[in-house]
Design a protein around this ligand. Structure first.
Ligand code: DGT
Ligand code: CA
Ligand code: CA
Ligand code: ZN
Length: 583
């Protein structure tokens, strides 16, 4: 929820680790660990707390409070930066291996110069730890097992982290001499919710300078294999990137092949076989003569197979090839189709940026309209009041139309209580242009109660959008147990949109949920749920997820013109008792 808390928790934990590794004061180390945990669990967004309140958090004294403030103000902490320079990042990764603590990590580094997990595994295998105190046969066995567990379990990263690495890699490789094209493929191009590794493709006659540019990227901590066709590297955090260099005249075939998914590729290859063709990463060939018939562009490859170009997000073998053959492939909504964002926050609650900053950034994205939806009072730590909301509304009205004529909507994100009720009485809710309503508590209710709760929220005439319906947070919280079909039916019946939340930690309405919801005739809102100006860009992940669910722009209310959107927001056209709704 409040990301500053998470960031500071990670930073203070890192500092504690660094203190431990460098043999610092154990008391100080524990103090930072304790404070890190307390801040991570603290209900209020720490970036909104004044110094006095900050020090009320258990374990946060003056020195830690100062560092937190330094971080919130400048984005870094000098003391942490300084201790980072003394300890290679790989050594800290050693501590992450189950059963291996900071003391052992420090011994390995100081006595044997081991500064990465891979070096440690190699050293154990080559018996280079013999004679090192505390590293008997049992310990070594535990370490190898711990490394296995770590590699199997985790490894997949969130979409935004992968995207940052991929953008950096593509930009760096594109500058290499002789590089004609460069792009990422694989699951990232298909916008899967998490990414196992990044597959970058480049086209060049001579692969050498391209490979060299790749291994020289600052993000590279380790080169795993380096070849003429393929090179694999790892980042300091242990994430893998593969680069394949293709001959320029096979670009399209290579891009098609390495975008996958593997299951989609099996379908396209089947079609090729039926046409007496052979499809590989080098092109589409006549089986008998071996003559190349298509390879330069993806469009050309698909066309020769008798198919239209299929958007990458749809390439999951969910019937897209059959639909394409029938000419019934939907045209998925694109970021370009999105006219506004309907779920965003400001620093009035747990956002980081002011209303003015958010509005300005939204306008720069070219939106026709934009909704501000700060948290309602039942999310207690946000300390929302009617007065604050009304004061914000005045500021919103004053800014309306002033930024590239973008229209502003004043909304709120309500909390759905266990019975399905929301904050504030009807008359106050009627004053908002739109209301998002979300589950922020009581995640553990039984299925029937949870379902009733959400249906009741849909039936509320003031609730326009159900925010992050399943409440899943990737790798951190499973979604609630709820009869989704019943909720989707209620949403369709009542004219309540279901949100495709674009926050990369959430993406909780998954592709398969969207496909199910569509069958009920549900309308969707694709939102960023931005808590900072940069997070308005999370719209791309929401749109990617929407595409994976085959959504067209006609099903997405924020791809509609404002007049049509307003009719939808009125919920019951001509209904009585909705003063203040239409302007
Ligand atoms: P990931 O990395 O787990 O998030 O998922 P992908 O889809 O990026 O998988 P990856 O990196 O193993 O391979 C990238 C693409 O390359 C994959 O989607 C399809 C293609 N590919 C890789 N290996 C094979 C294979 O053995 N057969 C076929 N048909 N395609 C493959
Ligand atoms: Ca991949
Ligand atoms: Ca790969
Ligand atoms: Zn929320």
């Amino acid at each position: 929820m409040a990301r500053p808390n998470e960031e500071v928790e990670a930073l203070l934990q890192e500092y504690a680790d660094l203190i431990a590794i460098s043999g610092g004061d154990a008391f100080k180390q524990r103090a930072y660990e304790r404070a890190a945990r307390a801040i991570g669990r603290h209900a209020a967004d720490i970036s909104t707390l004044d110094p006095k309140r900050l020090r009320e958090i258990p374990g946060v004294g003056k020195s830690i409070a100062d560092k937190v403030e330094e971080y919130l103000r400048t984005g870094h902490v000098a003391a942490v930066e300084e201790s980072r320079t003394a300890v290679p990042p790989g050594v800290r990764a050693l501590m992450g291996i189950p059963t291996l603590g900071p003391k052992k990590a420090m011994t390995l580094y100081q006595d044997r110069g081991i500064a990465s997990v891979d070096e440690l595994v190699a050293a154990i295998r080559a018996d280079r730890l013999d004679g090192l105190k505390g590293f008997g046969p049992k310990t070594k066995e535990n370490i190898l097992h711990g490394v296995d567990v770590q590699r199997q379990s985790g490894g997949r990263v969130l979409l935004d982290a992968a995207m940052r690495l991929a953008d950096e890699a593509v930009a760096g490789i594109s500058r290499a001499p002789g590089c004609e094209r460069c792009a990422y493929a694989g699951s990232l191009r298909r916008m899967r919710e998490t990414i196992g590794d990044i597959d970058v493709l480049a086209a060049a006659e001579d692969p050498e300078p391209v490979m060299a540019a790749f291994t020289a990227l600052p993000l590279v901590a380790e080169v795993i294999v380096r070849g003429r066709k393929k090179t694999s590297v790892r980042t300091a955090a242990g994430f893998q990137l593969d680069l394949r260099v293709l001959p320029p005249d096979s670009w399209g075939a290579g891009l098609q092949y390495f975008t996958g998914s593997q299951a989609h590729n099996i379908r396209t290859r089947e079609i090729a076989v039926r046409k007496k063709l052979k499809l590989s990463e080098y092109g589409l060939f006549e089986t008998e003569s071996g003559k190349k018939v298509a390879a330069r562009t993806e469009e050309e490859v698909y066309e020769r197979l008798g198919l239209p170009w299929i958007p990458p997000a749809l390439r999951e073998d969910r019937g897209e090839v059959a639909a394409a053959l029938r000419g019934e492939l939907p045209e998925p909504v694109t970021e370009h189709d999105i006219r506004g964002d309907l779920h965003t926050h400001t620093d009035l609650t747990d956002g980081l940026a002011s209303l003015e900053e958010m509005v300005e950034t939204a306008a720069a994205r070219g939106y026709a309209y934009y909704a501000v939806t700060d948290h309602a009072p039942e999310l207690r730590m946000q300390r929302m009041t009617r007065e604050k909301m009304l004061a914000q509304r005045e500021r919103v009205r004053a800014l309306d139309g002033g930024h590239r004529r973008m229209r502003l909507l004043h909304g709120t994100e309500l909390n759905i209580d266990p019975e399905g009720n929301v904050d504030w009485p009807d008359d106050f809710l009627a004053g908002f242009d739109l209301c998002v309503a979300s589950v922020h508590s009581h995640f553990g209710l039984d299925r029937d109660t949870q379902t009733r709760r959400l249906i009741r929220a849909c039936e509320n005439p003031h609730v326009n959008i159900i925010g992050h319906l399943t409440t899943r947070k990737i790798g951190r919280r499973a979604g609630i147990d709820v009869d989704l079909d019943a909720v989707f039916a209620a949403a369709a019946r009542t004219g309540t949109a279901i949100e495709v939340n674009g926050h990369p930690n959430r993406l909780d309405l998954r592709d398969e949920h969207i496909l199910r919801a569509r069958r009920h005739g549900v309308r969707f809102a694709v939102d960023s749920d931005a808590h900072a100006t940069a997070e308005l860009g999370n719209m791309r992940y929401g749109v990617g997820t929407a595409q994976r669910g085959w959504l067209t722009k006609d099903e997405v209310i924020n791809a509609w013109p404002l007049t049509r959107l307003r009719r939808f927001l009125a919920k019951r056209p001509g209904g009585a008792g909705r003063p203040g709704r239409s302007r």
